[in-house]
Design a protein around this ligand. Structure first.
Ligand code: BGC
Length: 702
């Protein structure tokens, strides 16, 4: 037996039932919190060590002193088991990176890993040992506010980003002083909430669950994630927090996960509202039996499980197993040796120049150029530029949802950042979205509109029924476009917005998401051409809200859209295609794909697929080359395309490079009609493509 397991068993043998239940209890320092509970060993973890709710807006950060204070109390308890301090460190801590959806648009897992490592070091400097991230929920409905927190719609991209984030947060040794325990959330299917209404129920087939929603979680587990959070959702009639088949049989049984599961906020007690539990005691029994080890703040475990054990409703082994898992992670995290945090660290570790540079690079890499008529961008031939819109003075507004530890004053206001990055001799005029903008526009050579969603319009429970720009903004774009000046639209948002009309009106459209604290400088560098945009859409952009759900890896149906016909699947009032497909994005040069080569006609084990990519423009550029397949016939219907790999290439003007992918047989496995997973023989199409719609197509058989 390993030394960790010995240690745990030894400790467990000394614990009373009350002390065990204490370990399963996560609390937070709310108004009525009694610190005496710590001395009594009744709290295993503290959340948001010094704040209240962190989802929206800024909140008081943790600090080494505060954590050390609580830790000291916990270590006065009989068995001296240290507290695990958890917090939502979602896309940065003090250094705020772009929102996770934007990070996914970089299609750059290495960058994601670096950003997570910075966040880990900073959070750790203030006593945090555990982050409730990465959020790895697949989202096919951008009305859902939490689409901002994940990697979008694709299981492969989601899986790569999930693993990268876990590696970044946890490093390769959790006991190192610059790591935090990660938590893949929200297990599982949370993004399928009906109507995009957060907390709503959802339904999906087992095959969709396995092939689309589970891969990012499995990837996080393979990357060694220490914890998993159970979701709020009632999926297929079983609330995720009470789903033993998923939390135990699949997660532990099939995947071999040996960390612990924490519930979401109060989701144990909420089993009563779901209508699967009669009362909190019943809820606690259901959740524990399902495999939820730690109860986030509901108190149901602490208050009721002792009685349930005593009256024989809960076997003590179930409690022991949960305690064991929690102690295992605490031990791995080095908490027993190093329970405290050096208060000097923060000054040294927070907001370093290197961290800010990384945040800027990530912001540059995540912005997506959607349109650039007549190569109006970069803005090089305009002397007088009007920048107008509700984001013109943005600072904290650039950060996005879940950035409680950011400080608005750390960001250069957008207008200031643009001034700093503009080439000499450029005259910048600024206005909000008001009449002044209209007047100044007459004097300008080009108009840049910076608009979109305030961060509180995305994130937890910030759902919208209308994916158009926020009220009033469409009219403003219309008015400015009416002036007939060249028009550039920059959109800040936590989700894909249905901006069909605005894309038609503007000459260029750049999607900036919520780009984090270096977003202003990154935007300037892209607008003025010091950097070229290279982000790609990690999620399909709909033409209108009514097109939701629309995603690239859909099934063909019996009456597919192409060839167009009256009996093909369609809307009467909209084209069937999205506004922009998954994987799409332009840059300041152009690329051509040629000479696709498929290594052999028959795939045995693996196959090489390659194509030549040429930079046909006049600037150097970075292209995201994407590999897609389609399994033409299956025992269960197959998606029209599935992303299987992607790679960036940097090419000088005129340069050509052959990009080679290896496709392995196991990459083609799926959930078959009989419920088993595997590959089926037959013909496959394969594309090397610049996005999920175009590209060069080849073929092979298995
Ligand atoms: C959210 C989680 C979050 C938790 C702790 C919940 O409301 O759903 O994502 O980690 O709060 O703040």
């Amino acid at each position: 037996m390993s030394s960790t397991e010995n240690f745990i068993n030894h400790l467990l043998a000394q614990m009373t039932l009350e002390e065990k239940l204490g370990q399963l209890n996560q609390s937070y320092p709310h108004e009525n919190f009694d610190p005496e509970l710590l001395r009594q060993g009744k709290v295993g973890s503290l959340l948001n060590a010094s704040g209240a709710l962190t989802g929206q807006g800024f909140s008081e950060s943790s600090s080494a002193e505060v954590c050390n204070h609580f830790q000291r109390l916990a270590l006065e308890a009989r068995l001296k088991i240290p507290l695990l301090f958890g917090r939502d460190v979602v896309h940065g801590y003090r250094t705020v990176f772009p929102i996770p959806l934007a990070q996914a648009a970089s299609f750059d897992p290495e960058l994601v890993e670096e950003a997570a490592a910075v966040a880990a070091r900073e959070a750790r400097a203030e006593g945090i040992r555990w982050t409730f991230a990465p959020m790895v929920d697949i989202a096919r409905d951008p009305r859902w506010g939490r689409v901002a927190e994940g990697a979008g719609e694709d299981p492969l991209l989601g899986a790569r980003i999930a693993a990268a984030a876990v590696r970044g947060f946890q490093g390769n040794d959790l006991s190192r002083p610059d790591t935090v325990v990660a938590c893949a959330k929200h297990f599982v299917g949370y993004g399928a909430a009906e109507g995009g209404r957060d907390y709503e129920s959802g339904e999906m087939s087992e095959a969709t669950l396995r092939d689309i929603y589970l891969p990012p979680f499995e990837s996080a587990v393979r990357a060694g994630v220490g914890t998993i959070m159970s979701a709020f959702i009632d999926l297929n009639g079983i609330p995720a927090t009470a789903n033993r088949r998923l939390l135990t049989d699949l997660l532990r049984g099939e995947w071999g996960f040996d960390g612990f599961v924490v519930s979401d906020w109060n989701s144990v007690a909420e089993l009563v509202s779901h209508g699967v539990a009669e009362d909190r005691a019943h809820a606690a029994r259901l959740a524990l039996y399902a495999g939820v080890d730690m109860d986030m703040v509901s108190g149901a475990y602490l208050d009721t499980l002792a009685e349930s054990v005593r009256n024989g409703q809960v076997p003590i082994e179930e409690v022991d197993e949960a305690v064991r898992r929690i102690l295992r992670i605490k031990h791995r995290a080095g908490l027993f040796e190093n329970p405290y945090t050096d208060p000097q660290r923060a000054a040294r570790d927070l907001l370093t120049d290197r961290a800010r540079q990384l945040a800027r690079r990530m912001a540059c890499r995540s912005m997506v150029l959607l349109k650039n008529k007549g190569d109006i961008l970069p803005l090089q031939n305009f002397r007088r530029i009007l920048v107008a819109g509700n984001f013109v003075h943005a600072r904290g507004e650039l950060y996005g949802t879940w950035s409680p530890d950011g400080r608005a004053e750390d960001a250069t206001p957008l207008h200031e950042a643009l001034r700093q990055t503009a080439p000499r001799g450029t005259e910048l005029l600024f206005a909000l979205n008001d009449d002044r903008a209209f007047h100044l526009a007459h004097r300008a050579d080009v108009v840049v509109l910076v608009m979109g969603e305030h961060p509180i319009r995305s994130g937890e429970n910030a759902n919208v029924s209308d994916l158009g720009l926020p009220p009033g903004q469409a009219e403003f774009v219309e008015m400015m476009a009416g002036l007939g000046k060249p028009l550039v639209l920059v959109v800040f948002a936590g989700r894909p917005l249905a901006i069909t009309r605005q894309v038609a009106l503007a000459d260029a459209v750049l999607y900036a998401w919520h780009p984090g604290m270096e977003g202003g400088a990154a935007l300037g560098e892209i607008l003025f051409g010091q950097e070229s945009p290279s982000g790609r859409l990690p999620i399909t952009f709909p033409r209108a809200t009514g097109q939701i759900p629309i995603y690239y890896n859909h099934k063909n149906s019996g009456r597919p859209v192409s060839p167009q016909g009256p009996f093909a699947t369609r809307y009467l009032d909209l084209p069937s295609t999205p506004l922009f497909p998954f994987g799409y994005g332009l840059t300041y040069t152009t690329f051509e794909y040629a000479n696709l080569r498929v290594g052999s006609e028959v795939l045995r084990g693996a196959i090489e697929v390659s194509a030549e990519v040429t930079n046909t423009g006049s600037r150097s550029g970075r292209e995201l080359v994407q590999l897609y397949v389609r399994d033409l016939v299956g025992s269960r219907t197959r998606p029209v395309r599935e992303l299987k790999d992607f790679r960036h290439v940097e090419l000088q003007p005129g340069e050509t490079r052959r990009v080679t992918f290896i496709l392995r047989e196991e990459d083609l496995a799926f959930t078959r009609a009989d419920g088993t997973r595997g590959v089926e023989p037959g013909t496959f199409h394969v594309w090397i493509a610049p996005d999920s719609q175009g590209g060069l197509r080849g073929e092979f058989v298995i």
